[in-house]
Ligand binder design. Sequence first.
Ligand SMILES: CC(C)(COP(=O)(O)OP(=O)(O)OC[C@H]1O[C@@H](n2cnc3c(N)ncnc32)[C@H](O)[C@@H]1OP(=O)(O)O)[C@@H](O)C(=O)NCCC(=O)NCCS
Length: 153
Amino acid sequence: MPPSLPPNYPLHAGYPSVPTYLHLRSTSGLNPQEPRASNRGPEGYYSWYGCYITHACDRSAPGNINAIHEEDEENIADVAVLPTHQRKGLGDAIVKHLLQRIEDEVPVTVSGDSVCTYVTLMADEPGRKLYLRNGFVESAPKSVGIMMVRLVG
Ligand SMILES: CC(C)(COP(=O)(O)OP(=O)(O)OC[C@H]1O[C@@H](n2cnc3c(N)ncnc32)[C@H](O)[C@@H]1OP(=O)(O)O)[C@@H](O)C(=O)NCCC(=O)NCCS
């Protein structure tokens, strides 16, 4: 069943404009990105699917998410909802929509006796309940995310 959204919040396949995307990231508390890094579009582009939500009375996009294919896994990124539109089910709707799209589009992997699709994400604290509610489990202690920020220049 498609995820239900409140009235006046249509969901669109694709990506919001770069200024809208940057505004959404910074306003929702995600780390800021250079416009270059948010080049959403068919050219020079890493995400294979994205979707965003608009609001009938508000030209900015209140919600956004996208999926990145990396070798044998799908990575979910850019999960953000503007604070003034949070706690209305938009986050839940975009996560459910993207998971359905992955189920519909991504070839399954056979691993031992399992036939599966491997979906990963780095869960910031505000999103954890949302992901756990949608079937994700914490990978720790077996696996933990390890990262490095390399300052260049
Ligand atoms: C994480 C985030 C995307 C969630 O978006 P959201 O639209 O508020 O998510 P939802 O509305 O689906 O769910 C949030 C809560 O509102 C509740 N809710 C949903 N509809 C509701 C309604 N109509 N009335 C009251 N509460 C409602 C949900 O049950 C949920 O409650 P819980 O936190 O106690 O489980 C948003 O908080 C955000 O953008 N945070 C900042 C950026 C960030 O950290 N993103 C995650 C990166 S990993």
